[in-house]
Design a protein around this ligand. Sequence first.
Ligand SMILES: *Cc1c(COP(=O)(O)O)cnc(C)c1O
Length: 362
Amino acid sequence: MTNRIYNFSAGPCTLPVEALEKARDEFVDYDNTGMSLIEMSHRGKQYDEVHHQALANLRSLLRIPDEFEIMLLQGGATLQFAMVAMNLKAEGKTAEYVHTGAWAKKAIADAKKIAPTRVIWNDEANNFARMPKPDELNIGDDAAYLHITSNETIGGIEFQEYPKTGDVPLVADMSSHIMSRRINFDKFDLIYAGAQKNLGPAGVAVVIARKPLLEKCADGLPAYLSYKTHAPKESLYNTPPVFAIYMLKLTLDWVKSVGGLADMEKRAIRRSNLVYGMIGESDGWYRCPVERESRSRMNVCFRLPSEELEKKFIAEALERGMSGLKGHRSVGGCRASMYNAMPIKGAETLAEFMKEFKRQNG
Ligand SMILES: *Cc1c(COP(=O)(O)O)cnc(C)c1O
C-alpha cells in the first residue's frame, strides 16, 4: 500500500496496515454471507466467533489469568472514570487517586462527583515531570481502591514501578500503553483502556477485572453502568460495538503474527530509545521536560529552543510524511506518540529528521 505516512498522533493512532487491508477485503461480503459483518446480528455465528476471538486474543497475548474477567464496553476510557467510582465505592471508604497529569485529573474530577475521594499524591507544582515511587504513596486504611494512570499520554510519563497497595485494590488506566509491556496481574485488580491507542480503533474500551472484586461491586446501578451486567454476559448484554471489536481482533491477530507482547515491548523500547537518544545527543537543543526514570516509551515529549522552531519542525516533518507531532495544546511543544503499530522505521525516520533539522537550524 502506498501513500501511508508515519502517523505520530496521540490517538486515534496508526493501526497495522495488515489489519486495515484485511478489513477492506472483507468489508462488503463477510465470509461469503452476502453481507457485511456490521450488518449482521451480533447473536449470529460469524460475529460470535469474532467476539470470542477478540477476547481470546486479549487473554492469551496479555496472559490474563482466569480469575480476571475481560469486558468490552462503550464510552471509552472516559466512561470508566465514572464506572470505576460507581462500582467500587464502598460505605465508609474513600477512593484514592494519584494525580500525575491531564488524564488523572479527569478521572479524579468524575470520581469526586460519585464518591468520597482523596488525592494522595499531586505533582502539579513540578509540572508532572515524574511518576511517584512506591514509598512516596501513603495509602489510607480506609481506601476503597487506589487509582493510577499508568501512562500519562499528554505529559509523557510512565510508571516503571507500581505502587504497593497491600489489600487495597489497585486500579489503572492503561489506555496509552496497554500491550506494550508485560502486566504483573498479581498487582492489579482492575485495568481499563480505550482501544484507540494500542489495540484498535475508537469505540470500544477494554476492562480487565478480578472476579471477587466484581462480586463486591455496588448494586442498584443502571444496567449499562454496572460491571455485574456485562461480565456474566461476556460483554453481549446489549449490542456491542461490532466494528470496533472486529478491528481490535484484527489488530491483535497482527500482534500475534509478529511475535506477541514480547515483540511489542522490544519495539517500544527500540522506538523510544531512538528518539530519546537523539534528544540526548543534541546537547540540550532538544529538551525532554520529564525526568529520565519516568519517561514514557509511548509518548515522547520534547521542546525545541523556541516556539517558532517548534512550528517549523512540525511543518517540515509533515512535508516529509510524519504527522501528528504537535504536543497537546495544554502543554505545547512536540510529542511523538509511538504506539504498538508504529513501525521502527517511523522512529528512525523521525530521529534522522531531528538530527538534520538541528544541523540546519541550530
Ligand atoms: C486517551 C486517553 C483517555 C481517554 O480515552 P477515551 O477512550 O477517549 O475516553 C483516558 N486515559 C488516558 C490515559 C488516555 O490516553
